[in-house]
Write a new protein. Structure first.
Length: 401
């Protein structure tokens, strides 16, 4: 700073002296006006507009005759310059650009979140049916897992734009990158789920010849593949939550402890829905237990997302994301209630399964759109940053701005 340039303290003192001088001149002018008015009233006597028996009030008349003063303003002379009060700041852009670039993902990524969770939950359902000797649950879970993971691949490739981009991601393995880890999880889960589903068609092959040999080898191979798919299913169900939290989107990033919990519960609930739809009530015991566990995780995680994040929980409670998440809670509660209380009715079980599947869909879309809303509004980026800065200054005893 140049030595000839006035300091801020000097400018403030000059401003205070100028205001004091203005106030003294105003008081002197008011006193002079009151004195003149009192002298005039003494010479003329009572005025015509005064009530009988009431003396004139020279002070009030003198004050009424004073010109109205304009509010003090910054700058040189009175009545000009900028108003002292500073308006509240509005966060709109950063040098004409958005503060945070909204995610370019569209509805197909939200659908990918659902189908990935459905594939994981269905493979766990199939493993449960396989271990407990329930062929109906095993068959429904394996077929649904293959269909869901195939749909996931379609949605992912559609977002990438070209199929070879998925292949290019397999050139490296980065444990610190959720996208790279997720690509390898899909690569391990997809073939295992496919072999397990194909093994369900072994009974359709002839019993003799080469096809008969293949038909006899498929069941044990399918059992092993089903266990491999079930072992990778938890990672498939939760890595998408880690993927969203690893971005700069405020409401996704701040919810990094809860998103994997929400997605794990949603995956279990959707797998349970498949079992309740496809299996008779007498053999749907594992599906009902999955429904209870998944509903508990999903409702707990969604409640934390909507209440723990402070300002960043707001996008999950308002607008379209809020409506979707509220619908997801209601559908989850209805589905798990029907699964527990309607264990002897096939119709109630089917309705409960459909409710759990619909709850998984709307919950994933609600989480997705909540993050998109938080990225588009600069307030959700700027205000938490300022709160963190002030908290660090408070901890280190630094002066605030």
């Amino acid at each position: 700073m140049s030595p000839h340039r006035p300091q801020v303290g000097d400018l403030f003192r000059r401003f205070s002296d100028r205001q004091a001088a203005d106030s003294a001149r105003d008081r002197q002018a008011a006193d002079s006006a009151r004195d003149r008015q009192a002298a005039d009233s003494a010479r003329r006597g009572p005025q015509a507009d005064e009530r009988p028996g009431q003396a004139a009030d020279p002070n009030r008349q003198a004050v009424d005759q004073l010109p109205a003063r304009s509010p003090k303003r910054r700058g040189g002379r009175r009545g000009g310059g900028e108003d002292i009060r500073v308006p509240e700041a509005e966060f709109t852009s950063y040098y004409g650009r958005p503060i945070l670039k909204p995610p370019v993902w569209k509805w197909d990524i939200a659908a990918y979140l659902f189908t990935g969770g459905l594939a994981a939950g269905s493979s766990l359902l199939a493993a449960g049916g396989q271990v407990t000797g329930r062929p109906a649950l095993r068959r429904a879970g394996r077929v649904t897992a293959l269909a869901a993971v195939s749909a996931s691949a379609v949605f992912l490739i559609r977002d990438l734009g070209r199929p070879e981009r998925f292949h290019h991601m397999l050139r490296v393995a980065k444990p610190t990158s959720p996208m790279s880890v997720g690509t390898w999880i899909l690569t391990a889960f997809g073939p295992a789920a496919g072999v397990a589903a194909i093994a369900e068609g072994a009974g359709l092959l002839p019993r003799r010849g080469l096809l008969g040999l293949v038909g006899r080898a498929l069941p044990p191979v399918g059992h092993a593949a089903g266990l491999v798919a079930a072992a990778t299913a938890p990672a498939l169900a939760t890595y998408t939550g880690v993927l969203l939290a690893d971005t700069a989107v405020p409401s996704w990033h701040e919810a990094y402890p809860e998103l994997p919990v929400v997605f794990a519960g949603s995956a279990l609930a959707s797998g349970a829905g498949v079992g309740l739809l496809a299996a008779p009530p007498a053999v749907a015991g594992p599906a009902r237990r999955m429904a209870v566990a998944g509903a508990a995780l999903e409702l707990y995680g969604a409640h934390r997302v909507e209440t723990r994040l402070g300002l960043l929980s707001e996008p999950y409670r308002q607008g379209r994301p809020g409506r979707l998440l509220r619908a997801g809670r209601l559908l989850t509660a209805a589905g798990v209630t029907g699964a527990v209380l309607g264990r002897r009715s096939r119709a109630v079980g089917a309705l409960s399964g459909a409710a759990l599947l619909a709850a998984s869909v709307v919950t994933r879309f609600g989480i997705f759109y909540g993050g998109v809303v938080s990225a588009r509004d600069p307030r959700y980026t700027v205000v938490p940053q300022r709160e963190r800065v002030n908290a660090r200054r408070t901890r280190t005893d630094l002066p605030a701005d």
